[in-house]
Design a protein around this ligand. Structure first.
Ligand code: XMP
Length: 535
């Protein structure tokens, strides 16, 4: 199968590049940018079927020791190269050009003009990707090319006067200072498509159906007859991972363990059990541990302390309950980790991305021990959320589960600000359920349910009470914040622009249904600078 390899130098958007190529119908894989290109690797393994290489962006500068370099063989392997941002700077630096800091970092939409006219023939397939002579590209860079490497020509310049598109005169090497993979880049997909099909001559051969078949085959081969244990959180990812296991292995081999921490959404355990049983689960282990979690959280107000307490207890219970199952030592541990989980934890393929948040579900002593023993399987680790949803549909996971909004591992504890108590969990669960039910009943401007137009919605309980009136009586109720965002993958997010009528009616319904809530507010912050969860 034809593929485009992405060399990862640590940009937060590296995985997006791979995903965009897959959206074009061509398989793409991301590998560490400094992978040694041995002859073996180049003639087989991850390089088999490779028709082109993309050098990703990076938070570093090429002229510092932190700025990773590719194996020099990258420039001799004969494959077409596309450098994006740092990738272009890297190609320039490594081939005798100069890169220097900008007086002021450029970030966001910047106009680019294309001026390539009398061009060599081999440029034409690439230049076809530029549908307009002037367009708005998306930039994020603190350095610029100040001298092109010998053999390169500038064919695009930014409105701010910096080289934006650069091509080698005789080799199939191309460079963009901007990020075509970002949706805000005008015509970005046309440029990636021109490189993939025009320059690299890839055939469209990648579909989720095909990937599902490959995943099943490789899972069956790896697990053999050994038991496989999956820790289910109740979210889309682990449910889809469960469906995959149940389709790839004998149901008797598949152990699914789910912890009811008491920090779950309303009716979560019931819904998860029903969904998994419908998928054919035979060995479903539900561990009820609400009391243990509430006791570990008692008196804790600091968000990181809460996360730590939950993470530690998860580990303790996980070890205890897994030991209780008495599985033979050679069992495999399966996790529903996604690509974004790894990236946000700074554990992206190249390990060069800066850590944004430590998601507790990416590592634990049990996971680490299993990883060391080569007995961990993370079948979704190359996929984004929407790709996991597509995979879930193919595997027969019911639509309502596949469409479910993401839910954080530490559950309601990150949505109750301040100390977590059983009473507050109950209040938040009820209020959140009213909000979510309404989003499922109401339609948005596209005619879809509001729930489906929104990427993630939830309620958060603030540690504030505020005065109100109920009947003629003074009431001192909790303040509830509603959050609803649109996003492609949770890494950035925009506020969902509700019609005022919907917000007003939902607010009234919540305060009428949940008497402990006295006031409802709507969070209008995007990510960045805010995050999605409140913590
Ligand atoms: P933030 O709040 O970082 O959230 O903007 C981004 C996405 O990640 C989810 N999230 C988590 N998911 N374990 C998870 O599995 C966690 O500890 C965790 N913290 C945040 C959040 O709900 C959003 O979808």
């Amino acid at each position: 199968m034809d593929k485009i390899l992405v060399l990862d130098f640590g940009s937060q958007t590296t995985a997006l590049i791979g995903r965009r190529i897959r959206e074009l119908g061509v398989y793409s894989e991301v590998i560490p940018g400094d992978t040694p290109l041995t002859d073996d690797l180049l003639s087989s393994g991850v390089f088999s079927g490779a028709r082109g290489l993309i050098l990703s962006g990076s938070p570093e500068s090429v002229y510092t020791k932190e700025g990773a370099a590719p194996d020099p063989k990258v420039y001799a392997c004969g494959l077409p190269l596309l450098g994006i941002c740092y990738g272009l700077q890297r190609m320039t630096w490594d081939n005798g050009g100069l890169v220097e800091p900008l007086p002021k970092r450029e970030y966001g939409g910047v106009g680019v003009s294309i001026s390539g006219t009398a061009t060599p023939d081999h440029w034409a397939p690439f230049l076809k990707g530029f549908k307009k002579e002037h367009f708005t590209a998306w930039m994020s860079h603190g350095d610029t090319l100040t001298r092109l490497a010998p053999g390169f020509t500038q064919i695009g310049v930014s409105d701010t006067g910096y080289p934006a598109v650069v091509i080698h005169e005789s080799k199939p090497w191309f460079g963009l200072q901007f990020h075509p993979e970002v949706t805000h880049c005008e015509g970005g997909m046309d440029i990636l498509s021109a490189f993939t099909f025009g320059v690299c001559c890839c055939e469209k051969s990648w579909t989720m159906e095909r990937y599902a078949e490959e995943l099943k085959a490789s899972l069956a081969e790896k697990a053999g007859k050994n038991p496989a244990l999956l820790l289910i959180s109740g979210g889309v990812d682990s449910t889809v991972a469960g469906a995959l296991l149940l389709k790839a292995l004998e149901p008797g081999q598949v152990h699914l363990m789910y912890m009811d921490t008491g920090l779950m959404r309303k009716d979560e355990t019931k819904t998860v059990r029903a969904a998994l049983e419908r998928l054919g689960a035979q060995q479903l282990h539900i561990v009820y541990c609400e009391a243990e979690f509430l006791s570990a959280l008692k008196g804790l107000e600091d968000p990181e302390a809460k996360r730590r307490a939950i993470g530690d207890l998860f580990i303790t219970i996980q070890e205890r309950e897994v030991a209780r199952l008495g599985l033979p030592e050679q069992y495999f541990l399966v996790q529903g980790t996604l690509y974004t989980d790894l990236i946000e934890s700074g554990k992206g393929v190249g390990k060069k991305a800066h850590v944004i948040k430590s998601h507790h579900n990416v590592g634990s002593p049990l996971v680490d021990a299993k990883r060391k023993a080569g007995r961990i399987i993370e079948p979704l680790d190359k996929l984004y959320k929407d790709e996991v949803r597509a995979l879930g549909r193919i595997l027969g996971v019911e639509d309502e589960v596949v469409r479910r909004h993401p839910f954080p591992g530490p559950g309601l504890a990150v949505r109750i600000l301040g100390e977590v108590t059983k009473e507050k969990c109950g209040i938040l669960r009820e209020a959140d359920a009213v909000f979510i039910d309404e989003l499922k009943k109401r339609r948005g401007p596209s005619g879809e349910r509001l729930y489906d137009e929104i990427w993630q919605a939830f309620a958060a309980l603030l540690p504030i009470r505020s005065v109100g009136v109920a009947g003629d009586v003074r009431k001192y109720g909790w303040v509830l914040a509603l959050r609803a965002i649109t996003s492609a993958d949770g890494m950035t997010a925009d506020v969902y622009p509700f019609a005022a009528k919907d917000l007003l009616e939902i607010s009234t319904l919540i305060t009428n249904t949940v008497p402990d809530i006295g006031r409802v507010v709507y969070d209008i912050s995007s990510k960045p600078p805010a995050t999605i969860e409140w913590e």
